[in-house]
Design a protein around this ligand. Structure first.
Ligand code: SP5
Ligand code: ZN
Length: 320
């Protein structure tokens, strides 16, 4: 039985050249080579079976994102001429995300990748990897930000929540402000995140310990902010504690928002996790024995992404 990996090359339609940060223009870190590096490594190692995503109606996106935002992105992206780049001022939470003519198509395809994976898990697959790009966990109901346009993991988790209890475990280096917000007042989906202290790193505004959910959602949001320089040895006990939270929620499904920007050499991150440690992360999660959809988020050290992805999936695999 081969691991289903949902992949599409349409992400290449979104490839802005530059990001703007504190008045500085730099190479856009969230680039197509990221996903291509993972695709290449997993292909070379015959790790899994690549499957093209199905198409889902735009209404599924609009069930989690405000239609004014979806329509804005759709119109503005598709009205751009080839080579044009827009740095939007509306429906955005930062200054550096860029919209190109292919951005909307790529962002919709990324959601399709997550939803196709979700459907496979609902149909009984124990582990599926949705190789999403652009990433999603910073996208809020009405805004893009942090290289994210639509919240792939949240849209998938919402769909899965109609069939069972869903826990989202977010191990990207950055707090998933979009995902937290979307489920903050819900008790049927648990959000647990391990990330860099938001006092020091993006998204700055959320990810603190005292954000524990609201109303009926009280107690169903858990943040584990960690100091910069966190290494394998410090990360492991926190991961175990987070997994205890997941386990006591007794979920039918896990959606793993998987970012590799926790890696020691990531150009944007600031933790010190090593490449082999991603297998240990996978093993810890697998030990819960819960069907898992892995949704790709961040990770910018292109040369090491393939190894990290393979190690995480190896650890998660029931057949290995
Ligand atoms: C999905 C995800 O991981 N989003 C990350 C958002 C991080 N935002 C901070 C970007 C800082 C860009 N500066 C790059 C400096 C490298 N020279
Ligand atoms: Zn990140």
């Amino acid at each position: 039985m081969k691991l289903p990996i949902i992949y599409s090359d349409k992400h290449k339609l979104h490839a802005p050249p530059l990001e703007i940060y504190d008045d500085l223009k730099e190479e856009y870190s969230e680039k197509p080579e990221r996903i291509e590096a993972i695709h290449k490594k997993l292909t070379e190692e015959h790790f899994g079976e690549f499957i093209s995503p199905l198409e889902f109606p735009e209404e599924v996106i609009k069930s989690m994102h405000h239609r004014a935002y979806v329509d804005f992105l759709s119109t503005r992206s598709r009205n751009l001429k080839e080579g044009e780049v827009l740095y939007p001022s509306y429906f955005i939470t930062d200054t550096y995300i860029a919209v190109t003519p292919g951005t909307y198509t790529a962002a919709v395809e990324s959601v399709n990748i997550a939803l196709t994976g979700a459907q496979k898990v609902l149909n009984g697959e124990k582990l599926v990897y949705s190789l999403c790009r652009p990433p999603g966990h910073h996208a809020e109901e009405r805004s893009m930000g942090g290289y994210c346009f639509f919240n792939n993991a949240s849209i998938a988790a919402d769909m899965m929540s109609k069939k069972g209890r869903v826990a989202i475990l977010d191990i990207d280096f950055h707090h998933g402000n979009g995902t937290q917000n979307m489920f903050y007042e819900r008790s049927d989906v648990l959000y647990v995140s391990i990330h860099a202290d938001p006092a020091l790193k993006y998204p700055y505004k959320t990810g603190y310990l005292d954000e524990v959910g609201k109303g009926i959602g009280l107690g169903f949001n858990k943040n584990y902010p960690l100091p910069l320089e966190t290494g394998d040895a410090e990360y492991l006990p926190v991961l175990r504690r987070a997994l205890q939270e997941v386990q006591s929620f007794n979920p039918d499904y896990i959606v793993l928002s998987a970012g590799f920007d926790t890696y020691e050499k990531d150009p944007i991150g600031g933790f010190k996790l090593t490449v082999p440690f991603y297998e240990a992360i996978g093993q810890e999660i697998k030990a819960l024995n819960i069907s898992t959809l892995v949704v790709q988020e961040g990770g910018y050290a292109v040369d090491a992404l393939g190894d990290m992805a393979r190690n995480l999936l190896k650890g998660l695999s029931f057949t290995s």
